[in-house]
Write a protein that binds this ligand. Sequence first.
Ligand SMILES: [Zn+2]
Length: 229
Amino acid sequence: MLNNFLKEVVVSLVGKTAEPVAELLNNKDYVNEFIIAKKLDVTINQTRNILYKLSDNGLVSSIRKKDRKKGWYTYFWKIEVLKTLLFLKEKLLNKKEQIEKQIQSRESKQFYVCERCAVEFNEENALLQNFTCQECGDIFTLKDNSKLLKEFSKNLIKIESQIKLIDEEIKKEEEKLDKQKQKILRKEQKLKEKERAKKKKQTALKKKKFQKKVKPKKISKKLKSAKKR
Ligand SMILES: [Zn+2]
């Protein structure tokens, strides 16, 4: 399901040829761009164009590594699953809003059609034309919106159920990212504790050394003379 959503976004932004990128980049590790080009069977420049388009929308991220021998950089890519899902959700929410507006308009307003020319007019325009088609001279008939409304509500239900599924994937991804974050935090915490223990040991060691140095007689003599005065 997740890969289907990712594919949908990739195809909508860069076209069908780029579809395999979605699954390929839904990977724990970053993928070498030359491997992507090979898998897509396109040139490296075409590959980069695809990736840049996705990157412009914040849907992929990359790291670069320098080739020590050749001296150039190779990029490695990964899809940003959460951002891609949010992008798709946003798109569907817009679609949903549009359909709702259309439903409202069809329910509250009247539309007229010239059946011969298959052209539709809203009430104002139909009135302006005196309910007569300027192309063929036929009289307009009142549009029956029931079929259209049925179609709209069908679409609406479909979109709503899709949004629900996307929300589930978003939740899963957020939990996954949260776990990763916790893991990193725990690692950092451990490292810090180690560092602290090391420092503590070092200061203890220094103290010991210092105490050894301080003991010699010179200082105790000075102390004695100070006492005398
Ligand atoms: Zn007509």
